[in-house]
Ligand binder design. Sequence first.
Ligand code: DGL
Length: 279
Amino acid sequence: MTTGRHNPGFSGARDKPEQAIGIFDSGVGGLSVAKEIRALLPGEDLFYFADSRYCQYGEKTPDFIRERAFAITGFLLARGCKMIVVACNTASEAALGALRDAFPAVPFVGVEPAVKQAAAYTKKQRVGVLATALTLAGNRFSALVEKFAGGLTVVTQPSPGLVEAVEAGKLETEETEALLKTYLQPLLEHDVDVIVLGCTHYPFLRPLVEKIVGPEVKILDTGKPVARQVMRVLERRGLLSSRQEGGEESFFTSGLPERVAPVLRRLWPRPVREVIPVD
Ligand code: DGL
């Protein structure tokens, strides 16, 4: 892969701890994870790759997603990233194991639906999970449920259309609310007291989810736990940046920057200078 313009922040000569953390997702969803990493580690440089040209992964085959994950990881490593965060549940399900096997020296952190946290929280022993069909059908997800929620009722709900809504910046429209209601209603009918947002796009819909389910239902996502895991892994490997502040972000996309940049700017809490196209 080549960038359309230049590679800001790239310096092969920098020491590893001062190099960037690479983060990717099928689109802008992984920003919900990147935001938490930014908040916890303000001195780290972040390279975020939105694979918008191929969004959504939930509609692709696991083989295709693995191919994309390898290409993006190669791109980020070539720019000196010291770690890769797979900020996508679907890509973590499809590709994380293969990535770890192929790049044994590289620290990877993936994401998974917050089933463990939900199991610890639920009083009714009933948990709802919203995610892509691919995540819900995967081995990683069944192993997660078996390990942490074996004795519980886990109601899963594939949610087509929500990723598109976030990618289009339709975070609080009536249309998105109506769609969300169709997915949340069955969970409420099962009387769950926890709902897991098992796709990194969904935390951007949290205000609507809260409005629909009300204050009695706990909503969980994994942004903060993943950020803490990133910190632990970097610490353990001696790769934490010595800077306490001043970390910068660079944004790349396989999609059209003129389409991706407006929504990315809306979702990212700091000014975004540019979104760099990658062929
Ligand atoms: N953010 C991705 C996830 O967490 C979205 C999947 C997709 O592109 O379908 O699963």
